[in-house]
Design a protein around this ligand. Sequence first.
Ligand code: CP
Length: 315
Amino acid sequence: MKTRSLVTIADMSKEKIMYLLEMAHEFEKNTNRKILEGKVVATLFFEPSTRTRLSFETAANRLGARVIGFADPKITSGTKGETLKDTIMMVSNYADIICMRHYLEGAARYASEVAPIPIVNAGDGANQHPSQTLLDLYTIYQTQGTLENLNIYMVGDLKYGRTVHSLLLAMRHFNPTFHFIAPDELKMPEEYKEYCEQQGIKYKEHKEFNSEIIKDADILYMTRVQKERFTDLMEYERVKDVYILKKEMLKDTKDNMKILHPLPRVNEIAYDVDEDPKAYYFQQAKNGLYARQAIICDCLGLTIDDVKNDSTILK
Ligand code: CP
């Protein structure tokens, strides 16, 4: 079914990305607007989440929509054998848009093909997390003043981390230089490296993680080792603490450098790093609200002019 779904950032042009960032900026200026009054937003989370679900729900609430959904699929009729298709068709009877996280790669694409209403991919397995990418791009722009020509260092679980996969695809428009820092077990998958080669994107791989390696970074994008994706938990135990960012590693980094992390953090950033002005992951998570307000509005067919001309702004 052809709707205004957001399944992958790979579908999005540079102009569309910049447009959504501009819309997100409008929401940062004023988050409370009743432009979605009468709409119902469904959040279907088949996998755990704190930030993504709550920021989608806050985004909807602050725009005057109502929210239905579930955070725990064990309380749904999926446990009785209802298929994803039937669940999506049912919820489409009640809501105007579905924000869905699912453990299966491709689940959002499938849902978007069967649903008569827009689907927003809130993460599908180790595949994509496009709403995270939009908030990451917003944060990069906010901290660097540009998205162009940046040195982006991705650290940790580059195999299973859907946020780094999505970010890599989105950055193709902006001439980045990537540095992939991962142990052999968690290397960036070949398909993404081939994508870089096809797109002419420069990248370098490292196994070491130290102050010398990261000294040219504009963005240091830390990631959690994704325990839930491992079939062999012994292997997870071997790699889980492979890289830990410590405060002393920051002293020779560039002044403009910012540390991002999609969160949740487990052990990969020491807590004393939080006090450093280069730590930006909590502000990054806050930007998720504005980015998701823009995504919901865009998928429901509202334009930036609708947002700018809104007369229902709540002070
Ligand atoms: N970044 C992110 O997706 O966080 P949650 O898993 O808490 O939603």
